[in-house]
Structure formats: structure tokens, C-alpha cells
Design a protein around this ligand. Structure first.
Ligand code: GAP
Length: 492
């Protein structure tokens, strides 16, 4: 599947828009539209529920984005959070040195009187055999030697823009969990192992962002710092290694549970020379994105690096008192770190299907019902009948007390169904003549409506009075076939 298909669907149906589009757009920033924000909130909500709310060993925080500048000295970001970049001396474009051979390049070929060609990434010119040495963008300028470029966004706190006021937008949410370690430990009286979770914005001045919402300069992360006692053993193994493997399994299972197909998920172990300066071992969960296999999240064993660094730079003790061994220990930390935007992209890509139904193409987003931005659409069969429209609007208002529900009467029913399929709405409720009857002819309605299920397109007839109970069952995990056994099929 092509990324352009998702970009176009996202814009057309209100998931994601280019930021500041009317001004020509802001480089690699994206805005979530009415459906995008629902999807994103649902991802964060189920993550929080599954990894914080339901677990006795987890708590959450919500820290500020601006932190004390020394945080970034202690964490290593000021000195090491850099990418090597090269600049074109002619057109001034900037590239990541390690990415410059991964883009197609412009070439003025001496063997064809200087004709201009665009040559695929990494390939030589088919006429003169030359490989790229100049700027891939303009094809004319020499590239500078690589220089290290720090990815943190600088800003100034307060009215004076001098070095004393210099601070940074956080490039990860993780550090707030480390600097609040003792606050959380003391206020919540926690025992190891325990984790602190946080979901929030991070900022990185990426040199080559791109691929839609895959790599952006402003994004959201869902991170967990899981603290363990390095002196303990669990099932015969050091606690940090045991918990690292447990989190890898739990994260893989979580993405599977909400719809990512097993064949599109894999684990990738970081090579020794690729490991971040703080990591003993890191494993990425990779997803087969439209751009190919790429990192969806990382799960690192950060050892005691961060707590030791912050203790050193702040002068505050960041230890845990081990009652059993009667000693202070610096916990090790296992860090499952996921990107919200990347997870959203993966859930969308995996849900996207093009199917043929009765000779027509149907586009459907097969979202897990918990993630679907809209849960139910209420549709009147005839928009000219006030009684049908009135009943449909009352049903929408009742169901909207519990779920995100929309009403739509702007097209014929077949078209309305296709629209909801395309945004992944699991259920449509249709109000028709049979529901309300015909007062002119003295016919009473049956006060039943049709529920249509997105994936099977099957339809059942359910009393209006039972709708909330039925949907509660469905959203609590009952299968469609369980419901279909209880209610009669609708005449299609
Ligand atoms: N605290 C560890 C940490 O931040 P990371 O691998 O740099 O680790 C974790 O980031 C996750 O955040 C990534 O796996 C990815 O999902 C997301 N992420 C990182 N940089 C991103 C960017 N520029 N745009 C979108 N998501 C990003």
C-alpha cells in the first residue's frame, strides 16, 4: 500500500491535515482533524488503561515540556543528541550525512552535453557511469564535511534572550520520569519493581523529517520507565533482563491486540555499535509501514545511567531503600518508548482495505472498535420524513451519552454506509419507515432499527429500547455473531 493513499484519505476525511496549509504548510508539522484527534485520543486512552490504570505496579505523571536546562546536560542530550549533517555550498540545502545516499540525485551528465537527469538513490549514471559526489538536490554544489547538529529546539525562558535564559523543548518525555523519581516514590510509597508512565509532546529538529507523520519535528510519545532492583533475580535471571523481555512481549502483544497483523510486526535487536550511550540492550518493535520495515517503538534497558547522572548533576540522592538487604540501591530502568503518531500511522495502514462488493470498490478501515474514531453512525433512510429524522436524532443524542456518535442524512443510504466504512465506523444504525410506521395510514411502527456491522456488512433488527445494552455488549467485547444469534436479520 502506498503512503499517498493514506495521506489523501487523511485529508479528505478529516484525519490529518498539513499544518498551516493555507500559508503553504510548515515543514513536517501536521494537524489532526476531527477524526484524527478521536483516533489519537483512543490510542492514548487504551495505552493508559492497559499499562497504567489496570496495573498495580504502574503510576502516571504529566510533566511540563520546559525543564531545567541542566536536565539535558545530565541526560547527555546536550553533548550527544546530534546527527551528522552536510550542507550544499551552492543551494544551501542541508542533509543528514548518513541519509544523503538514500535519496535520488540530480546529475548534469558530461557524456550527454550536460543533460540533466534524476538518478535513483545509490545508482550510478547510466551514460557516464559517475556516482554522486555533489548535492543531490541541485546537482551543482559541493557538500561540506559532516558537522554534528544538535536536534534539540532552543528557546528562552523569560524576557531576556541571553545564555542564562536558554532552555530547550524536551526531545523525549523520559527525563521527567527520572527527575521526578523520588517525588513519585515518596508520595506514592512504592515498592520495586514499579513504573512511571507519561504521554506527551516531544520536539526534535530533525534534519530530514518526512514520510507523512512517520518522522516529524513535533510529535507525541507514550513512554514508560520501569524501575527494577538490579540485585534481585526473577525466575533465575537478573531482574532487569527478565523485565526487559517481559516488556518486549507485552508491547508486541499490545499492538497485536488492537489490530496490527502479526506478519507486519517484528523485533529487531540493536547491534552493539548502534546502542545509545545509556543502553545495555535495546530491541525495536518494527512495523511494515508503507515505506518499508521501520521502527514503531523501542524498548531499552537503560541501566542506572539516568538516575546516577541526575543524582550527580543535582546533588540529590536518587536511590531506593531495599528493606530486605538493608541497603540503598540505584534502580535499573527498562524503557518501553512508543510514538503516538507512528502508532496511529501503523493502525491506519493495517486497517486499510480495498474490497470488491457487488462489482463496486469499497474502501474500509477495519479499526479495532476501541480505536475507531466514530463508534456509531445514525442514518435516516428518508430525510424528507420528519418522524424518521426526529427518531434518528433522538437515538443519536441518547447513544452520544456513551460513545462518539454521528448523524448523517446527506446522501442515499448506500453512499452513507460507504462513507462510514471509509473512516472505520464499526456500526451504523438505520431508522426506516418500519421503525416509525405511517401515521396517515394508521400503521404503528415496530420501534426497531437496523444495526449494520462494518466488516461483515450483516444487518440485524434491534428494539430502540435495547440499543444501549446491545452496544455496551459489543464494545465490551461480545462478538457480532453472538448478537446476530439473538436478533433477527434485517431485510437487506
Ligand atoms: N526515551 C527514549 C526515546 O525517546 P526514541 O527511539 O528516540 O527513544 C521513541 O523514541 C519513539 O518515539 C520512537 O520509536 C518513535 O515511535 C517516536 N519518535 C521518535 N522520533 C520521532 C519523530 N521525529 N517523529 C515521530 N515519532 C518519533
Amino acid at each position: 500500500m502506498n503512503m499517498d493513499v493514506l495521506v489523501s484519505l487523511s485529508k479528505r476525511r478529516g484525519f490529518v491535515f498539513q499544518s498551516s496549509e493555507i500559508y503553504g504548510g510548515t515543514g513536517s508539522c501536521w494537524d489532526y482533524g476531527p477524526l484524527g484527534v478521536e483516533l489519537k485520543n483512543n490510542i492514548k486512552r487504551v495505552w493508559w488503561r492497559d499499562f497504567v490504570q489496570t496495573r498495580a505496579d504502574m503510576v502516571g505523571i504529566d510533566a511540563s515540556i520546559l525543564m531545567h536546562p541542566t536536565v539535558w546536560k545530565a541526560s547527555g542530550h546536550l553533548d550527544r543528541f546530534t546527527d551528522p549533517m552536510v550542507d550544499c555550498r551552492e543551494c544551501k540545502r542541508r542533509f543528514r550525512a548518513d541519509h544523503v545516499d538514500a535519496v535520488s540525485w540530480v546529475h548534469y551528465c558530461p557524456a550527454t552535453k550536460g543533460n540533466k537527469f534524476t538518478i535513483p538513490a545509490g545508482e550510478p549514471c547510466g551514460h557516464c557511469g559517475q556516482r554522486r559526489t555533489l548535492c543531490p538536490e541541485c546537482g551543482k554544489g559541493e557538500l561540506t564535511a559532516p558537522r554534528q547538529f544538535n536536534l534539540m529546539f532552543k528557546t528562552f525562558m523569560g524576557p531576556v534572550e541571553d545564555d542564562a535564559a536558554l532552555t530547550y523543548l524536551r526531545p523525549e518525555t523520559a527525563q521527567a520520569m527520572f527527575v521526578n523519581f523520588d517525588n513519585v516514590l515518596q508520595s506514592m510509597r512504592l515498592k520495586l519493581p514499579f513504573g512511571i508512565a507519561q504521554a506527551g509532546r516531544s520536539f526534535r529538529n530533525e534534519i530530514t523529517p518526512g514520510n507523512f507523520i512517520f518522522r516529524t519535528r513535533e510529535f507525541e510519545q507514550m513512554e514508560i520507565e520501569y524501575f527494577v532492583n538490579p540485585n534481585e533475580r526473577v525466575e533465575g535471571r537478573p531482574a532487569d533482563e527478565y523485565w526487559h523481555d517481559r516488556w518486549i512481549q507485552d508491547c508486541m502483544a499490545w499492538f497485536g491486540r488492537y489490530g496490527l497483523r502479526a506478519e507486519n510486526l517484528r523485533l529487531r535487536e540493536h547491534d552493539r555499535d548502534e546502542l545509545a550511550h545509556y543502553a545495555k540492550r535495546t530491541v525495536d518493535v518494527e512495523y511494515n509501514f508503507p515505506i518499508g520495515w521501520s521502527e514503531l517503538m523501542g524498548i531499552a534497558n537503560r541501566t542506572d545511567f539516568d538516575l546516577r547522572q541526575h543524582a550527580k548533576w543535582s546533588g540529590k540522592s536518587l536511590t531506593y531503600f531495599d528493606e530486605e538487604r538493608k541497603e540503598h540501591v540505584v534502580p535499573y530502568v527498562v524503557e518501553p518508548a512508543a510514538g503516538v503518531d507512528r502508532a496511529l500511522l501503523a493502525f491506519m495502514a493495517d486497517a486499510y482495505r480495498e474490497e470488491e462488493v457487488r462489482g463496486e470498490k469499497r474502501v474500509v478501515l477495519r479499526f479495532h472498535p476501541e480505536l475507531a474514531p466514530l463508534k456509531i453512525a445514525v442514518l435516516p433512510l428518508l430525510k424528507k420524513r420528519d418522524d424518521i429524522v426526529g427518531a434518528a436524532q433522538t437515538i443519536r443524542a441518547d447513544l452520544a451519552q456513551h460513545w462518539r456518535v454521528v448523524y448523517d442524512d446527506t446522501a442515499a443510504i448506500g453512499r452513507l454506509y460507504r462513507r462510514q466504512d471509509e473512516v472505520g465506523t464499526p456500526y451504523c444504525v438505520t431508522v426506516d419507515v418500519q421503525t416509525v410506521g405511517d401515521s396517515e395510514r394508521g400503521e404503528a411502527g415496530d420501534r426497531r432499527v437496523t444495526i449494520r456491522e462494518r466488516d461483515s456488512m450483516e444487518q440485524i433488527r434491534v428494539p430502540i429500547a435495547e440499543l444501549v445494552t446491545v452496544f455496551r455488549e459489543l464494545f465490551d467485547g461480545a462478538s457480532w455473531s453472538q448478537l446476530a444469534e439473538r436478533y433477527p436479520p434485517a431485510r437487506g
